[in-house]
Write a protein that binds this ligand. Structure first.
Ligand SMILES: *[C@@H]1O[C@H](CO)[C@@H](O)[C@H](O)[C@H]1NC(C)=O
Ligand SMILES: *[C@@H]1O[C@H](CO)[C@@H](O)[C@H](O)[C@H]1NC(C)=O
Length: 207
């Protein structure tokens, strides 16, 4: 894990911050204010199915690719990622978000214009959805190093519920760009290799 973290840190520090393109992972930060959020607020990442996980190794984090053609779908090996999959559980405890469906990556699923995006001026590449909603809501936080996977929804507020749903955690999603183009992640005899075509990009030694 230390090896990959070092590689990811190097990759993200070289690349411009508000650059939501190419391939990367998505960190999940405990944050209710983008101005004070730092990597120390990180609780985990999104899995290949778009669920919030806190794995013992970053190799379990989903590898996301943002298409550079309209409507710019974000996908993993599981398919296109969306808040519009009606098979996903709703945020029932939320007053204003009770109709929202959890994030999911699936196929086949035709992505529409309703995609995650970022905003210039953030200190990190925070992702937003809908009408400038750059915060998210989780009912549960996965235990560090566990195999727990929990749902995330957009953060909603309004006159009936001004803050985060009671008992839930307010989150931000952060893009960690790894490459401009798609890289492939492969587990090979005790290590994980990230390749672009035949070119070996990064290696993470497992365990
Ligand atoms: C998230 O941050 C809030 C405010 O600092 C804190 O009360 C809460 O315990 C944190 N939650 C987790 C899961 O770290
Ligand atoms: C993902 O969405 C795009 C854009 O709508 C579509 O062209 C593509 O076929 C979808 N992919 C899958 C695997 O469903």
């Amino acid at each position: 894990m230390a090896t990959l973290l070092a590689v990811l840190t190097l990759a993200t520090s070289i690349l411009a911050q508000a650059d939501f393109t190419g391939t990367g992972t998505i960190s999940v930060w405990n944050s209710s204010d983008w101005r004070t959020a730092t990597p120390a607020s990180s609780l985990g990442c999104l899995s290949p199915t778009g669920k919030f996980i806190a794995p013992s190794t970053n190799a379990a984090c989903g590898l996301f690719t943002r298409s550079d053609t309209y409507p710019y779908p974000l996908s993993t090996k599981e398919g296109n990622c969306t808040f519009d999959d009606e098979t996903q559980e709703r945020n029932t405890e939320s007053y204003h978000g009770s109709q929202d469906h959890a994030y999911n990556c699936l196929k086949p699923f035709e992505a529409d214009v309703n995609q995650l995006y970022t905003i210039t001026g953030f200190p990190y590449t925070f992702l937003c959805s809908g009408d400038v909603d750059c915060y998210f809501d989780a009912r549960a936080v996965p235990a560090p190093g566990s195999s727990d996977a929990t749902s995330i929804w957009p953060f909603r507020w309004g006159s009936q519920q001004l803050g985060i749903t009671p008992g839930h955690t307010m989150l931000q999603l952060v893009w960690n760009k790894i490459a401009d183009v798609e890289v492939e992640k492969r587990a090979v005899a005790g290590r994980v290799e990230w390749r672009r075509g035949a070119e070996l990009r990064e290696v993470e030694v497992m365990g």
